[in-house]
Design a protein around this ligand. Sequence first.
Ligand code: UDP
Ligand code: MG
Length: 316
Amino acid sequence: MELITVIVPCYNEEAVLPLFYEEMTRVAAGMKNSAFEFLFVNDGSKDKTLSILKELAAKDDRVRYVSFSRNFGKEAAMYAGFEHSKGDYVVIMDADLQDPPSLLPEMLRCIKEEGYDSVATRRVSRKGEPPIRSFFARMFYKIINKISQADIVDGARDYRLMTRQMVDSILEMKEYNRFSKGIFGWIGFNTKWLAYENVERAAGETKWSFWKLFRYSLEGIVAFSTVPLTIASLFGILFCLIAFGLIVFIIIRTLIFGDPTSGWPSLACIIFAVGGVQLFCMGIMGQYLSKTYLETKKRPIYIVKETEECTKETKE
Ligand code: UDP
Ligand code: MG
C-alpha cells in the first residue's frame, strides 16, 4: 500500500485546523488503497495551533508535526515538510481549505494512471480577492515569465501532489532564498494542471498583506532571473549614447554660435536624472548582492523546537 504524506504549513490556524482535520480524514477514509501521514508544520504560531496539533497527534497515529522555534515563513515550512516526509507521494496543502482535499483522489489517479510526475492546481478565477491585488498578481506573472526560464503558471497554487523522486529533487535545491513556484518549474518533470474555482478561506485570516506579497514577488524575480542586472547595464549604455550625442551637439553649437554661458537648469536636470539612474541600478545590484550575502552565510532554512516524537517520548 502506498503512503501519502500531506504537508500542511500552519501559522496561527487555530480557527481552521479542526475543520481541516475533519475534511481531510473524510477524504482519506474514501481512499481505501492509500495509507496517510498528516505532517503539520507549525511555523511559530502565536495562538493555540501547537496545542491543537498535540491533541490531534495524541488521538491519531497518522498525525505528525514539526514545530519551529519562530515564524520562518511558508517557504521554510514547506521545505521542512519535504525533509520530514516519508511518503511515496507527497502533497502540499494549505490549512484553510482553500486547497480542497476532495481533489486528492483525482490527483493521485493522474499520477498513477496517466504517468505524470506531479499534479498541480491552478485557480481560474480570483473571485473574492481585492481587484488591485489581482492586477499586481497578473503583472507579476507576465513579467517573471518573460525574464526567467522557470515556467511559472498564472494562478498556480502551491497545492501539488508529487512523486518521491520529485520531492528528492526539490530537496537538492538547498538555497536559502526559496521561491517554490519557481523551484517547481525549474526542476522540470511532467506536471498536469488541474483548474478549479477559487475557494475562500474557511475561517481565520490571510497571513499575506499586500506588502508581504510584493516583497515575495521581488524575491521571486531576484531568485529566478538575472535580467534586472542586464537592464542596469542597458541603462548605462543608453546614457553613454545620450551623453555622446549631447557632446557632439554642444561642440557643433559652440562652433557655430560661440559659447554663451547659460544652461545651468538643464545641467541640474541632467545631474539629477543621471544620479537617479545610477542609484536605481545600484539598488538592483544591491538586491542581488544582499541575496548572495545571505546565501553565503549558509544559515539553516528553519529551526525545529519540537516534533511529535517529543510528545510520544513523554507519554512512554
Ligand atoms: N503560512 C505559514 N507561514 C506564514 C504564512 C502562512 O505557514 O508565515 C501558511 C498558512 O498557515 C496557510 C498557508 O501558509 O496554511 C497559506 O496562507 P494564507 O491562507 O494566509 O495565504 P492566502 O491563501 O491568503 O494566499
Ligand atoms: Mg489561504
